[in-house]
Write a protein that binds this ligand. Sequence first.
Ligand code: PEP
Ligand code: MG
Length: 580
Amino acid sequence: MSFTLHGLGVSGGIAIGRALLMSHATLEVSHLTVGPRMVDKEIARFDQAVAAVKKELAMMKESTEHAPAELSAFIDIHTMFLEDPELIEKPREIIRARRCNAEWALVQQMEQLVEQFEQFDDPYLRERKLDVRQVVERVIKELLGHPSRAVMKADKGLKEETLVVVAHDLSPADVISFKEQRFASFITDVGGATSHTAILARSMAIPSAVGLGNARSLIRDGEILIVDGLRGVVIVNPDERVLEEYQLRKNQIELERTKLKRLKSAKSQTIDGIDVALYANIELPIDTPEALESGAEGIGLFRTEFLFLDRGDMPDEQEQYEAYKKVIKGMGGRPVTIRTFDLGNDKDLHPDASAHDRVKTNPALGRRAIRLLLAEPQMFQTQLRAILRASKFGPVKLLIPMLAHAHEIDQTLAALEQAKSSLRGEKIAFDENIQVGGMIEIPAAALAIGMFMRRLDFLSIGTNDLIQYTLAIDRSDEQVASLYDPLHPAVLMLLAHTISSAEKANVPVSVCGEMAGDPLLTRLFLGMGLRIFSMHPSQILKVKNRVLKADVGELAPTVRRMLRQEEPGKLREALEKLNA
Ligand code: PEP
Ligand code: MG
């Protein structure tokens, strides 16, 4: 019988294959009482399993040295859980006190921890309960004598490329092992858009879906599945006609991907000869090869705060210098725009870190980004010195987040001068003429753009925050996510105003928020006058494809007319026409 399941698509594309059900080890756990003389042995068995999983994670980390940044970060988080007394000490106490078997002690402690994670207001932290479950699942598989990888092996005489893994949940480490095993897709019962597994799938471009409810209990081993990773739909046992239709769509998508790759070396220029610069956004130095691979002209946004998220302490000047140098050298002479730390909002320091308690009740409106840096001169000087020192290895630009006031720019420039002068005093080389730009992400900045342009060398519009602050929508609150609208007329007005003002004043302006990487908005931006885009490397060729087919001479008057429209429905209609 054919049926359809609906979940959340986490990575575009279509996969067709046979179901391979992955066992859910925590469900297999038996509840046993161990004799008093067996307690120590049971604890030793538990310790051995933890050590084996740790070793396996360490090996995985080594083998993913050149993989996307997310991969090793997730292994670190799982390893960290395996060092946490809550997960390591407590089960030992339970074994001793309640005389239960190691598996059962671990599951009891896991339930306790999961409950604690569910109390968090922050959706990201809430989702970390999945990481706890995944780590525990791994240890239990080890205890049961079938380590995770063995369970993942395709042993049904079928090629892995034709298999869709069906699981209650998967850990990022499981997803990493897909890299070697090349499954067609994976689908899971649980997981949200910000779950680590979902983020990983996106970075590895495996068409997949999560949050399907009870896929694992409804699907049987060997059944044929179609996974639509864009819409989050899974069709179980499709009939011939549906199968043919999806096979056709799958072939089309693959053809388009191959064609896009050919654009890598094409000059990014419109039909009427206008050059359009396409830059990459990165989070960590290991993202640099992907940026180059996508044909990026440089780095338009290096979100430096990711250098120490999840680690709880601040990297010192030398460590930061090494990280910046790695990116600058890696980009081989292409410009690198380094944004100073944007901390304090959803990107908070580890709870133990000193700056944590300075962020008040509404972090998005609180002491965030440049506000925090100006309040922490030591932290700011350390970063500025590190960036300046690295600037001798290639063209570097400095980008300041969350500016609203002219005096914030003045103070920033004074801090930069102080850092320069200390380096001069120490006879350390750096680029004296380093350019300084500001992020336009607060409506006040977009409206009073003159005072920014007079003080700065360039501007970069952060649409993610600009939308958040224009519409008063907390971008990390899933309950108001449906109101987060990039096409709201007010957002478009602010964008158009900023871009045209900068153009008139001859100040370079880019867009580096998510909107820049949406190919459906490329023509709109080109019509507004935008010539510099910065985005996730995976989007660059898709946007380039749009640029190559655009005629700005034709687009500009159409977009001008379109922007006079204030009715959201009509705006959307006009955008559809613009893209037709
Ligand atoms: C933005 O706000 O659009 C932006 C690029 O910065 P971040 O997403 O890091 O806040
Ligand atoms: Mg921002």
